[in-house]
Each structure stands twice: as structure tokens, then as C-alpha cells.
Design a binder for this molecule. Structure first.
Ligand code: AQP
Length: 336
């Protein structure tokens, strides 16, 4: 088996409303992985347009994602931060992968079913083939590790299938087999809505009370946590007691992801009490974690020229890395 140099790639859609789930599920890992890996982070605007976007809002959201990543600790000198549509290798390789992936594979993607819902016939073709573009994003850089939330696991398995089929079809070991990097279960892998413990915290939830935004101030965080759905029972003595209590489990999971304490230790500390003291403590640690990032994000957002220059330089560096991979793919296929 060929040894591929470890390299991280991950992307975030500029669709507004960046939230605590994006931070704890993905961005926190982006920062950590920089210590050990060569990292490439991408604002995936071509993914965003699989559903209609207002052009001005999209432009603003691209800068918002860049500001969030820098504020969270992505170092734009060592890591690469750029916008997907500025590097044409993504779209070119995605077309090639449209010809590698099988219809049956895409038909199994649960995110397409969830997002298209009852209106499948009216969904864009882009939304359907979105996982092929995601595979291209990663494999254009021969990336080996992909930090994502648990919801992206199925798409990463598809990217592995595409890499494997391409390698098998041409009898070579050209693409690496990707490893997902996902937070521990119950500690950030899947943060749920504050209003419904069965639904993922999501940018597109119509209720702002369902999510904590990365830019929420202390009062807004306090209000959202105070109103977060719970149940009438006291907190249990161990995490086993959270099993059939999705809202309580979610809040303990958020606490755990923010502090690094285990859910068992957290339960033990608040055991037998109602949610009020726990919610106060959670509000405090959440504000402590998010406030400095929000302040830095706002500072960066006021300096659009700086953000645009980071993204332009990032695109140049990314294009340099993707070009030889795409050229080799074309050679392998017999194109040109
Ligand atoms: N609730 C979540 N818990 C943990 N991780 C999450 N991620 C998203 N939601 C959660 C992770 O954040 C990264 C960026 O996600 P994205 O913006 O590219 O797309 P998404 O998964 O579609 O995000 P949303 O918020 O759920 O948007 P909508 O509402 O449009 O579907 C990814 O690594 C994702 O796993």
C-alpha cells in the first residue's frame, strides 16, 4: 500500500448562522489538528449554491466563515484557508467523479433525502451530486484526514468508495483512503437542537432559539440556555441515566465538549438537582468559550480587505497543490 503523507482537508458552507454545533463538531478539531498535520480549510461556496442563495448574503457569509475560522485559531500562515470556487480543480474533479460514482450509491444518501424532503423532483441536480463534489474537495489534495461532525460520516464513506473505485478501475493506488476525524460520541460529534433533542442543531432551523450562534453575546446565550428544552426529572448520578433523555443528554454533552470533563463526572456533580444550577454553570462556561471568539470575529469582519487578502493568497496556495493531482488524474484517464 502506498504511504500518503498525512494531510487534513475540511470545508464549511457559507450559509450563515454559524453555530455551536459547527464549532464543537468541526472547527475545534481544525485548530487542534494544525499542531500535527498539514491542514487545508475551505469555505465551500459551490456546496452552498446547491440551494438558492442571495448573492449579497452569500458574499457576506463567505467572509463570516473565514473570520470564524481565524477567530477560533486557524493559523493562515501555516494552514491554507480559501474559497472553493476560486480553485477550479474542485469542479473539474467533481465532474470526473460524477462519472465514477454510481447512481445507487447516491440514492442511499440520507442527507439528500432529508434536505430534498417531499420535493425530490424539484431539488437541484447539484444537491443530489453534492457528495461527489465533497469527494473532489478532499481528494484534489490527496488529503488523508477529514475532521467533520457525525452527520458527514456517510458522505465520507462515499468519498472512500469513489477513491477505491478509481484506484481499482485503473489498477493503481493513486488516491488515499480517507479517515474521518470525528469527536467522541456525546462530546461534540453531534450537537442537537436546543428545542428538540431528536434534531441536529442546524443553520437552517427556522427557530433561532434552537441554536447558539458563534456570535451570540452573553445575554443571548443566557436566554437561549434558560429556555432550552429539558425534562421534569433531576439530573442523574451517571451518564447511563441520560439514555432516554435526549435534551438532558445533549446539554451534558455540550458541557462535556466545552470543558473536556466526562459526562459521568458532570452528572455526578449535579446529581439530584433540577436543571437550574446546571444551566447557570453551562451558560458561564459557554460564554467564556465563545465571547473572545465572537469579539475577534467582529473585529475581523470590520476588516474586509484583510479577509479578502487571506482568501486570495489561500486560493493561490491551494491551486498550486491541486493542479498536479488533477493533471495526473487526466493522464490516468487518457484525457489530452
Ligand atoms: N449539530 C452539529 N453537531 C456537530 N457537528 C455539526 N456540523 C454541522 N452541524 C453539526 C459540522 O459542521 C461542519 C460544517 O457544516 P456545514 O456548514 O458545511 O454543513 P451542515 O452539516 O449542513 O451544517 P448545518 O448547520 O446542519 O446546515 P444546514 O442547516 O444547512 O444543514 C461539518 O463538518 C458538519 O459535520
Amino acid at each position: 500500500m502506498t504511504d500518503f503523507a498525512p494531510r487534513v482537508f475540511s470545508g464549511i458552507q457559507p450559509t450563515g448562522n454559524l453555530h455551536l454545533g459547527n464549532y464543537l463538531g468541526a472547527i475545534k478539531n481544525y485548530v487542534k489538528l494544525q499542531d500535527t498535520h498539514d491542514c487545508i480549510y475551505c469555505v465551500v461556496d459551490l456546496h452552498a449554491i446547491t440551494v438558492h442563495q442571495d448573492p449579497a448574503a452569500l458574499r457576506a457569509s463567505i467572509r463570516e466563515v473565514a473570520a470564524a475560522l481565524i477567530a477560533a485559531g486557524v493559523d493562515v500562515e501555516t494552514s491554507i484557508l480559501f474559497t472553493q470556487s476560486r480553485v477550479s480543480a474542485h469542479a473539474e474533479l467533481a465532474w470526473i467523479f460524477n462519472c465514477v460514482a454510481r447512481m445507487g450509491w447516491l440514492n442511499r444518501m440520507t442527507q439528500f433525502k432529508d434536505k430534498a424532503g417531499k420535493h425530490r423532483e424539484r431539488a437541484s441536480v447539484g444537491l443530489y451530486v453534492y457528495p461527489n463534489l465533497m469527494a473532489a474537495d478532499i481528494l484534489a489534495y490527496h488529503a488523508t484526514h477529514v475532521p467533520v461532525g457525525d452527520d458527514q460520516k456517510q458522505h465520507l464513506e462515499l468519498a472512500r468508495d469513489i477513491a477505491q473505485k478509481f484506484n481499482n478501475d485503473f489498477g493503481i493506488e493513486f488516491f488515499p483512503i480517507i479517515e474521518p476525524v470525528i469527536q467522541a460520541k456525546g462530546q461534540g460529534a453531534r450537537i442537537m437542537s436546543l428545542r428538540n433533542g431528536a434534531a441536529k442543531m442546524s443553520k437552517s432551523d427556522p427557530s433561532e432559539m434552537s441554536r447558539i450562534h458563534m456570535t451570540d453575546d452573553a445575554d443571548t446565550i443566557a436566554n437561549k440556555i434558560k429556555k432550552a428544552k429539558t425534562d421534569p426529572h433531576p439530573l442523574p448520578t451517571s451518564s447511563e441515566g441520560l439514555e432516554d433523555r435526549p435534551e438532558a443528554r445533549n446539554l451534558v454533552g455540550i458541557y462535556s465538549a466545552l470543558t473536556g470533563e466526562t459526562p459521568d463526572d458532570i452528572c455526578m456533580r449535579f446529581a439530584g438537582q433540577n436543571f437550574s444550577p446546571f444551566k447557570s454553570a453551562l451558560t458561564e462556561i459557554m460564554t467564556e468559550a465563545l465571547a473572545p471568539m465572537a469579539a475577534e470575529m467582529n473585529r475581523l469582519l470590520a476588516d474586509q480587505r484583510y479577509l479578502d487578502s487571506v482568501l486570495t493568497r489561500g486560493a493561490e496556495r491551494a491551486a498550486e497543490k491541486a493542479a498536479p493531482v488533477l493533471a495526473e488524474v487526466k493522464q490516468i484517464l487518457g484525457l489530452g
